[in-house]
Ligand binder design. Structure first.
Ligand code: 13P
Ligand code: ZN
Length: 279
């Protein structure tokens, strides 16, 4: 019986999407070892055909109650799980969880076999979901990874949010269109804590992208594809930044602020104010 349920869940579009995302992220080099985690807010109709939501496998206590998420279902990656291995062992590496009615526990409904735990970054994920849902009713996905060039850039670029954002926008023409709100940046903090969760969520009220210096990045979006694409675009810009800064001839020309403003106007987006000098 359990095997039939597992097979059904593994073949569901939501789990297939998660397998594809974790595999792509690993192949991008963003998720070495167990680096990175994803949580996906599930609608009831996405899981009802696949699992019996009354069958609770285990209940875990949260140190950080989230009454705002009471009753909500999430597909999450497991703590310590290698993204490289998700496709071969989804029911060990992933889990479907439901937040209890009071918001202080989670019920595991599927996966996280062998006594697995949801990602250690669950405080940042849950608090960010709360923050994003307040500003974006279509919000569904929080994605964290160790995107190589964004991480590198936190060593070589000043960590002022406006300056960091401006540099990224300058690197590829489409950046300002893909993330017009720019990039939020935290101070260096200990990962996996409620404290970094609170700070990340504060930034998530304003930004879809939050950089953790010398660690990685958090992205938010309506779909896995959109969130992956958001991180991919910022990461590409950071890669260009690193390439041109190691070039002996240095930078010879840039997209000017006036051109970026013209571009934003042409694409109907409003760039975060205070970033572009002519703004
Ligand atoms: P988890 O394996 O607990 O998800 O942690 C990975 C990580 O990237 C921590 O920041
Ligand atoms: Zn991490």
């Amino acid at each position: 019986m359990l095997e039939i349920i597992d097979k059904k869940v593994i073949e569901s579009p939501i789990v297939k999407g998660m397998i594809e995302a974790t595999d792509n992220m690993w192949r991008m080099g963003w998720d070495e070892r167990n680096g990175g985690n994803i949580s996906y807010l599930l609608m009831e109709d996405e899981i009802i055909p696949y699992i019996d939501t009354t069958r609770v496998l285990r209940t875990l206590k949260l140190n950080f109650p989230v009454p705002e998420l009471a009753g909500k279902y999430f597909l999450v990656t497991g703590s310590g799980k290698y993204f490289k291995n998700v496709k071969n062992n989804p029911s060990d590496c992933l889990g479907i969880i439901q937040v209890s009615d009071c918001g202080s526990d989670i019920d595991i409904l599927w996966g996280l076999e062998n006594d697995g735990q949801p990602t250690s970054e669950l405080p940042s994920h849950f608090m960010s979901h709360i923050a994003r849902l307040e500003v974006d009713p279509n919000h569904r996905v929080i994605m964290h990874n160790h995107a190589t060039n964004l991480l590198a850039m936190t060593f070589t670029h000043e960590l002022d949010e406006n300056e960091f954002t401006r540099t990224l926008w300058q690197m590829c023409t489409e950046c300002v269109v893909v993330f017009p709100h720019g990039v939020g940046i935290l101070p260096w903090m200990i990962p996996g804590t409620d404290a970094i969760g609170k700070k990340t969520a504060e930034k998530m009220k304003e930004f879809e992208l939050v950089v953790w210096p010398h660690h990685g990045v958090f992205g938010a979006g309506a779909t896995i594809d959109e969130t992956f694409g958001l991180i991919e675009t910022a990461e590409k810009a950071a890669q260009i930044y690193t390439i041109i800064n190691s070039h002996q001839g240095g930078v010879m020309q840039v997209i000017t602020d006036a051109e970026l403003l013209e571009l934003a106007k042409a694409f109907g987006v409003t760039p975060k104010s205070g970033v572009l000098k002519a703004n």
